[in-house]
Design a protein around this ligand. Structure first.
Ligand SMILES: Nc1ncnc2c1ncn2[C@@H]1O[C@H](COP(=O)(O)OP(=O)(O)OP(=O)(O)O)[C@@H](O)[C@H]1O
Length: 492
């Protein structure tokens, strides 16, 4: 078996098929490829395969759709190994199945039974597109570094950490190690990165690490939070405007896209962007050019796009709130940040580092947590994720003295075992029950006022943190911003 020019290590092929005979037959494709292959790994159980994808290097993954539960179950595979060639196979081939499989992350599709030559040719075509990636050195294999990674001297998560690019991200759990690996692999690329994850899971930190590890790090990363800016101002924030474009535009202003020229444009909470602006962003992605508001000239900009959302982007597409074509333009390199409750191994590491940081900032002598406090921190569900843990530890440090954090220093919400599963909404309902609002008999509180009370209660419970309150209420932060604005307007 010869080695193709440009490939510097054996290719790793994995096959997932609940029929061991089919899996073995498919795996024989490795003998037909014009590249050197390691012994293929065969799986009949989805979970085992997913585990190995998180841990080890994978170049080619052949997935039987009946085994994984259909094409909609493909996404976790694509998310875990964004640079792997994924070929979906199925005994029930149809055009719509093939299209759906490719939309969910497969690179190609074959109907069973297929010839090994057909499979080999599809794999070879895809591998040819990825030659540079195949020379990336992974921690577990011995490969040659790619030129761009050498430039930042951060071709592995541990090298990236040594170089300081991952310093802000704390957590050694397996899901976070997989995230670090994705960051390191995706950073040198020019393709857009799409980060998803609940509020407070570290999406902004992740975007900053991607920028720091890229060869664009000499230029700026410019962040626009689409939820925090009123909708009618987002366009001018991103694309800028010229004097006279609207009332109050007294001078020309460059937008975030121009400021990010040569660097990175990070569009946080992109799910909040309205459909008209989504079209303009799509045109910018397609052409690299845009017009400032009120201008007729086009501006050309070279900015790498990273975007993030705490919504489910595919559900937003289905609901018609997010353009499908924009989704596929942006969703090239996906990163999914796991919620804290799914990586409990990280809770005490994070808590300890926050405790040290805030003790030193606030001149307190805290050194650690006693056993009961630790048990409560570990048992709590953390709906506001790392941000909630960080705020909780800061609050404890500010409000208490001592060497060890004890259970009575924890907020009631976390310390009360019966409250561990109690949501903030439940708490505000309890509060409403115990302190009924006194209103004249027969009057009914208007809906907006009731809504305002619930939102304000939740904000109090989360120390005014809008993102966390929004997550607990299962609404978007922009809804809270807009409601606050409307209450202000009512009181004027
Ligand atoms: N892995 C982590 N290590 C250390 N700090 C973290 C980590 N993840 C998040 N944080 C901290 O939690 C807070 C929220 O992080 P960040 O803003 O990146 O989250 P996010 O997912 O972008 O939130 P949102 O969706 O609300 O914008 C920040 O103060 C950040 O420093």
């Amino acid at each position: 078996m010869g080695s193709k020019e440009g490939l510097t290590r054996p290719v790793m092929v994995r096959v997932l098929d609940c029929s061991p005979a089919d899996a073995a037959r498919t795996a024989a494709v490795s003998a037909k490829l014009a590249v050197e292959c390691e012994d293929p790994s065969l799986y009949s159980v989805t979970e085992r395969c997913l585990e190995d994808l998180t841990r080890d290097n994978t170049d080619v993954l052949v997935l039987d759709l009946e085994t994984i539960g259909g094409e909609s179950a493909l996404e976790p595979f694509a998310v875990r190994c964004p640079s792997t060639v994924i070929i979906a196979v199925s005994a029930q081939g149809s055009v719509s199945r093939a299209v759906n499989a490719m939309r969910s992350g497969a690179h190609d599709f074959l109907t069973k039974p297929f010839s090994l030559d057909a499979l080999a040719s599809k794999i070879s075509f895809q591998l040819d597109q990825r030659k540079p990636n195949l020379s990336i050195r992974s921690e577990k294999t011995h490969l040659t570094k790619s030129a761009s990674l050498e430039a930042t001297d951060a071709s592995t998560p541990s090298a990236a950490r040594k170089a300081g690019a991952l310093d802000q991200l704390i957590g050694k759990s397996l899901p976070m190690q997989a995230v670090y690996d994705q960051i390191v692999r995706m950073a040198p690329s020019q393709a857009p990165v799409f980060i998803t994850g609940e509020s407070g899971t570290g999406k902004e930190l992740c975007a900053n690490a991607l920028h720091k590890l890229s060869d664009r790090n000499k230029q700026r990363i410019v962040t626009i939070n689409c939820a925090a800016i009123p909708r009618d101002l987002i366009e001018s924030e991103i694309f800028g405007y010229v004097r006279g474009a609207f009332t109050g535009a007294t001078e020309n202003r460059t937008g975030a896209a121009e400021q990010a020229d040569g660097g990175t444009l990070f569009l946080d909470e992109i799910g909040e962007m309205d459909l008209m602006l989504q079209s303009k962003l799509l045109r910018f992605l397609q052409t690299g050019t845009f017009q400032r508001l009120g201008d007729t000239k086009s501006v050309k900009v070279d900015a790498r796009i990273i975007c993030a959302t705490n919504r489910n982007p595919l559900a937003e597409v289905s609901a018609g709130r997010f353009r499908e074509d924009l989704y596929y333009r942006l969703h090239v390199l996906p990163i999914l940040l796991p919620p804290l409750r799914e990586r409990r191994d990280d809770i005490m590491d994070l808590a300890q580092i926050f405790l040290q940081r805030f003790s030193s900032e606030e001149r307190r002598g805290f050194k650690g947590f006693d056993a009961d406090a630790e048990v409560s921190l570990l048992a709590y569900n953390w709906p506001g994720n790392v941000r909630q843990l960080e705020n909780t530890i800061r609050q404890i440090v500010v409000m208490n003295e001592g060497q060890s954090v004890t259970i009575d220093m924890l907020p009631m919400l976390i310390r009360d075992p019966s409250g561990r599963t109690t949501s903030v909404i439940d708490l505000s309902r309890e509060r409403a029950k115990s302190q009924p609002t006194i209103r004249p008999f027969g009057t009914i509180e208007p809906l907006w006022a009731q809504e305002r009370r619930i939102i304000e209660d939740t904000l109090v419970a989360f120390d005014g943190n809008i993102a966390m309150a929004a997550a607990a209420l299962e609404i978007s932060p922009s809804t809270i911003y807009r409601k606050k604005q409307s209450w202000l307007e009512r009181s004027c």
